[in-house]
Design a protein around this ligand. Structure first.
Ligand code: TZP
Ligand code: MG
Length: 214
């Protein structure tokens, strides 16, 4: 069995937002601010570039015992020794990934409906990314946003951890958590911030307040 995972503040990377800063520097700062899990998401990198970056990111996460999840590419995840892989509805099916990795890796699946959530749970997913909760300019080729109601429905249907993603920032993070999400996943709220450490801190504070909400 793998380690107990803290999904509270899940950073999903996007190098289009790093500007003149390095991805590594942003990840380090965000960890100092309280990120608990990191997904490396590379849509345009070559396989070798993706692998090299994954190895570098894994090196900086390791001493903090923060799990590295690789988006979509099971081969890259296996090659770099990542803790997990995250697949969408048009990527390799969860049950196939599970068959390959057995219980040696965390497998996450993006879902936007109750039906997809049930299927992913039955296929052996470790956690679900409820996606997108809100519309976001970061990713526009998405299904309709679930809203907080959709997220709540999924929460009431499955037993595995769920993380909300899409349009989440410090002003709405508490609501997402108070609807039963185990954590929030963000791209721009941290990646596009001029101060990733402070951004992560505010998100953590919002998550905490959502958990203690009546
Ligand atoms: N999957 C669903 S929405 C999304 C991804 C990768 C992007 C979320 O980006 P942001 O900037 O946190 O809204
Ligand atoms: Mg994908």
């Amino acid at each position: 069995m793998h380690m107990q995972i803290d999904y509270s503040l899940y950073l999903v990377t996007d190098r289009r937002m790093t500007g003149n800063r390095s991805l590594i520097e942003i990840i380090e700062e965000s960890i100092a601010g309280g990120v608990t899990i990191v997904q490396l998401r590379e849509k345009h990198a070559s396989t070798r570039e993706f692998f090299d970056l994954a190895v570098a990111v894994r090196e900086i996460l390791k001493p903090h015992r923060i799990p590295l999840i690789i988006n979509d590419r099971l081969d890259v995840a296996l090659a770099c020794g990542a803790e997990g892989v995250h697949v969408g509805q048009s990527d390799m099916q969860c049950r196939i990934v599970r068959r390959i990795v057995d219980r040696k890796m965390i497998v996450g699946v993006s879902v936007s409906t109750v039906e997809e959530a049930l299927a992913a749970e039955a296929d052996g997913a470790d956690y679900l990314g409820v996606s997108p909760v809100f519309n976001t300019p970061t990713k526009t080729d998405t299904p309709e946003a679930t809203g907080l109601q959709g997220l709540q429905k999924i929460r009431q249907t499955v037993n595995i951890p769920i993380v909300g993603i899409g349009g989440i920032h410090s002003a709405n993070a508490a609501q997402v958590v108070s609807c039963g999400a185990d954590g929030i996943a963000v791209v721009s709220a941290i990646m596009a911030s001029s101060e990733p450490r402070g951004a992560a801190r505010s998100l953590r504070a919002a998550i905490d307040s959502g958990r203690f909400a009546p």
